[in-house]
Design a protein around this ligand. Structure first.
Ligand SMILES: [Zn+2]
Length: 256
């Protein structure tokens, strides 16, 4: 393996990821040293909060331009370590976010043999040149890799009928009622299925870093890039890899 150690920064505000279970999963799969740390932003100098605030996105249909944050926004970033208040409406440019995280990785751990995986409840997005707008993203590779727990819930699409119901019934049924009707069909905040879904993203992050290949084309493989919640939930509860990726992972483990 290119990597000999993985450092995972937890997102304690999302306990459903079950960080210790994830550690065991990675240890059992790759047989390498896995270290778990607190939220990445704990005990960081103040400048990180200022810098992260500059990556906020306000216009979905415009490419990134650096935001000049207010004092209040910077303060909010700091407070968001311990609470997710007001966080749900904030979008961040994922690549800019990752660059800043990268700057604050301790120098002796900014090493290609150490893979840094950072969980965050902030919603990372990337600008897509093909339709010229931002889209939510669950995973920003490579090292450090960012996994957005909010992105996992928001990026893969919910059933089409759900959106239709929302659009056509908005006056009759409340959003909560509509959500109830589709319960189980997509991930929600505090969802107990989050941990096994995260396993799939961890595998993607590691395979991407090791091979440079982000996703699998095989719709039955855990490394497939799910565009729908339905696909995501099916693949990650099924937990299967395609033959090709089983082999790739075997090779990754045996390489030293
Ligand atoms: Zn595959």
């Amino acid at each position: 393996m290119k990597i000999s150690k993985i450092i995972i920064y937890d997102e304690p505000l999302v306990p459903e990821i079950q960080i210790n279970k994830l550690r065991k999963f990675l240890q059992d799969t790759f047989h390498i040293d896995i270290e778990i740390r607190k939220n990445f932003f704990v005990n960081k100098e103040d400048s990180i909060f200022q810098e992260i605030s500059t990556t906020r996105i306000f216009e979905l249909k415009k490419p990134f331009s650096k935001h000049i944050p207010t004092e209040l926004e910077i303060q909010m970033e700091k407070e968001n370590i311990d609470n997710s208040q007001n966080l749900e409406k904030i979008l961040y440019d994922g690549f800019e976010f990752q660059k800043i995280i990268s700057k604050f990785i301790p120098a002796n751990e900014n090493d290609q043999r150490i893979l840094n995986l950072v969980f965050t409840n902030k919603l990372t997005c990337t600008f897509d040149e093909s339709d010229f707008r931002y889209h939510a993203r669950a995973l920003i590779g490579t090292n450090p890799a960012i996994i957005s727990t909010t992105g996992i819930i928001e990026a893969p699409a919910k059933p089409k009928e759900y959106y239709l119901d929302l659009m056509t019934n908005f006056n009759n049924e409340s959003e909560e009622k509509i959500k109830k009707k589709y319960k189980g069909k997509f991930l929600e905040y505090n969802d107990s299925r989050l941990s096994e879904v995260v396993e799939g993203y961890l595998l993607q992050a590691i395979v991407y870093y090791e091979t440079g290949e982000p996703f699998c084309e095989d719709k039955e493989c855990r490394l497939y890039n799910s565009h729908w919640q339905k696909e995501l939930l099916y693949l990650q509860s099924n937990r299967k890899l395609c033959k090709n990726h089983e082999e790739i992972i075997r090779k990754i483990i045996n390489q030293s």
